[in-house]
Design a protein around this ligand. Structure first.
Ligand code: FES
Length: 127
């Protein structure tokens, strides 16, 4: 599964929004560091977080068990599974927020913004 990722910090720096239709196009033109915007492959037995780590990236996490939301990502495209035992409220899940520590890709391609834990809506969930 191919994943294109973008660090939420870049949105903050450039004043972009998660709702921007052309977010990833803007990111490709912004000359971002390869740890902030790039692509990686997820193997079938890897969660999204594990895949990022196994390719040498450092993404935020803490509990690795669906209980803290430090590893939260925002889905721009594609689908990431969410096991039932987790902290993400339904309304945020419906908007596209997922946990990368226990999320496994269920579409062939994904576009995700990682490092979204600093968003105010996720603040209460961070332990
Ligand atoms: Fe705590 Fe993913 S690291 S929910």
């Amino acid at each position: 599964v191919r994943v294109e990722f973008l660090d939420y910090e870049a949105l903050d720096d450039y004043g972009w929004s998660l709702e921007d239709d052309d977010l990833f196009r803007k990111a490709s033109h912004a000359d971002l560091d390869e740890s902030a915007h790039g692509r990686l492959l997820v193997q079938p037995d890897e969660s999204l977080l594990e895949a990022a780590e196994n390719r040498g990236f450092t993404w935020p996490f803490s509990c690795r068990g669906g209980a803290c939301a430090n590893c939260a990502v925002y889905l721009v495209e594609g689908e990431l599974s969410q096991p039932t035992d987790h902290i993400m409220p339904d309304d945020l899940a419906e908007r596209g927020f997922r946990l990368s520590c226990n999320g496994y890709p269920v579409s062939d391609e994904l576009k995700v913004v990682f490092n979204v834990k600093q968003l105010p809506e996720l603040d209460d969930l961070i332990l």
